[in-house]
Design a protein around this ligand. Structure first.
Ligand SMILES: [Fe+2]
Ligand SMILES: [Fe+2]
Length: 472
């Protein structure tokens, strides 16, 4: 059984770090480098303010978090794995049915390390992307949510660094160092995945990032949770628990934006809400188009031999693997994918094991669509005819089968010049971005909200909306 989390240790953990002095020393060596990175590349300002944050105190189902005011640099980042499952077996691939691994098999070492490094790289990247947002928060409630997400992404980095240190020897330690040396948007040492080098310069982008890109995280972690490498599985299981709040921030945040826009449309009987400091629906749609399409790229190519190899080796499965009604080996099955051939959509059949990425992406898209329906319900309730939509999966892709195609959000295949002619209707223009940025004025009194976003329905944990979430 897992131990309770020990907070008397320098590094809080439930992995009995004290029982492995070498590992403990190595991680205690990495700890000050993380602290330096946090101060240098983490949130700008607010490092001396007390913020109402949750800290994990238990990995069980109930009451796992404790809420209190804490200064960001004093946050207790730690190493938490979910409870082990007794007699857990590999759930998919060639080794299906065999016991899971507590140590890394030599033949899968390179692939597993790569999977962990790629996941680990995204965690600090998003903190770097969001570092200036504290200056323009629409409320103290939102400011607190931003920092909650930032500290937890920092903890997710710890989660991956623990695996690298504990299971990958010297190259693991080197990779752990490199995770602090690459930086989002750095021209010489960028983060590994494209979406994590984009700027998150305004709160609308931030809310959509947490809705679409943190949700990619949910699906990647869900697929890694299926892994035959049990420490990775248990690590991801606990990360998923924290991740849920990040997506809540996005889903409820955009709902509040829409709520506010509807109110302004009704109050002034106009679609031109910009004049009243709200975000118009076509602009929101363009931001959705952008964030959805860059997040789809994170799943990798639709057909992928790497993904097939990871799957057959048992390293990375599909989201909720056991919910698939197939043999979980996938070498005999076929699956249809949509391709564009000579300017036309075409369904083609592929060996199912080569389209694992696509299956993961499909579950993700379905999940994204649920929130969209909820957002559209707000429009409906206000008697507004406009509807928000997810763009076609081939729209604006930089990775995979559609990367050289020009596809409208509707799915219509365009010529390059037609696409360019319409681009300003598809994606945020510089002037859209300037407008959104012009709305980003900080509101720092408890309970007050910026004019472009409605208040949340309720506060955090047991606190009211007008609670002093950040003590300035
Ligand atoms: Fe994360
Ligand atoms: Fe997250």
């Amino acid at each position: 059984m897992t131990q309770q989390i020990d907070y008397s240790e320098k590094i809080p953990n439930n992995v009995n770090l004290a029982g492995d002095r070498r590992l403990q020393r190595a991680l205690e060596n990495w700890q000050p480098r993380f602290a330096d990175w946090w101060l240098e590349m983490g949130p700008v300002g607010f490092q001396d303010n007390e913020i109402y944050l949750r800290t994990a105190v238990d990995v069980g189902r109930e009451g796992w978090a404790h809420f209190s005011h804490v200064k960001l640099p004093d946050y207790r980042w730690g190493i938490f794995l979910s409870e082990p499952e007794v007699d857990r077996r590999i759930g998919f691939g060639e080794l299906k049915g065999q016991p899971v691994w507590q140590e890394v098999p030599g033949e899968f070492r390179t692939d597993l390390r790569r999977l962990i490094v790629v996941q680990g790289d995204t965690e600090p990247a998003s903190v770097e992307q969001q570092r200036f947002l504290g200056k323009t928060a629409p409320s103290l409630y939102d400011l607190r949510n931003l920092f909650q997400i930032n500290v937890e992404e920092g903890r997710h980095l710890w989660a991956m660094v623990y695996l690298l240190h504990a299971h990958f020897g010297r190259d693991g330690r080197e990779e752990a160092d490199a995770l602090l040396q690459r930086n989002s948007g750095d021209p010489d040492h960028p983060r590994i995945l494209g979406a994590f080098n984009e700027k998150t310069s305004d709160w609308l982008s931030f809310l959509l990032f947490t809705y679409f890109t943190d949700r990619d995280g949910k699906y990647q972690l869900g697929a890694l949770k299926e892994s035959a490498f049990d420490p990775l599985s248990r690590t991801c299981d606990f990360m998923l628990k924290e991740e849920a709040h990040h997506m809540f921030v996005g889903a409820s945040g955009i709902a509040r934006v829409i709520q506010r826009t509807c109110e302004v449309m009704k109050d002034y009987d106009t679609d031109d809400v910009r004049a009243y400091g709200a975000i118009d629906l076509p602009t929101l749609q363009k931001y959705i188009n952008f964030h959805f399409s860059v997040s789809l790229d994170l799943f990798g190519s639709e057909t992928s031999t790497n993904a097939a190899n990871y799957y057959s080796a048992g390293l990375k499965g599909r989201f909720a693997e056991q919910s698939y009604e197939d043999d979980h080996v996938l070498v005999k099955d076929e699956d249809a994918i949509s391709e564009i051939v000579d300017g036309h959509w075409l369904e083609t059949s592929r060996p199912k094991i080569t389209v694992v990425n696509e299956q993961l992406r499909r579950s993700y898209i379905e999940d994204c669509a649920k929130g969209m329906r909820r957002w559209n319900r707000i429009l409906e309730e206000h008697g507004i005819d406009y509807r928000l939509n997810l763009p076609n999966e081939a729209f604006h892709r930089q990775v995979g089968l559609y990367r050289d195609e020009f596809v409208a959000p509707s799915g219509e295949i365009l010529s390059e010049s037609d696409w360019e002619g319409h681009e300003s209707n598809f994606l945020p223009t510089d002037s859209d971005r300037d407008f959104v940025i012009s709305l980003m004025q900080p509101v720092y009194s408890p309970g007050q909200m910026a004019g472009w976003i409605a208040p949340p329905v309720s506060g955090i944990h047991t606190q009211p909306v007008d609670y002093e979430y950040v003590r300035l």
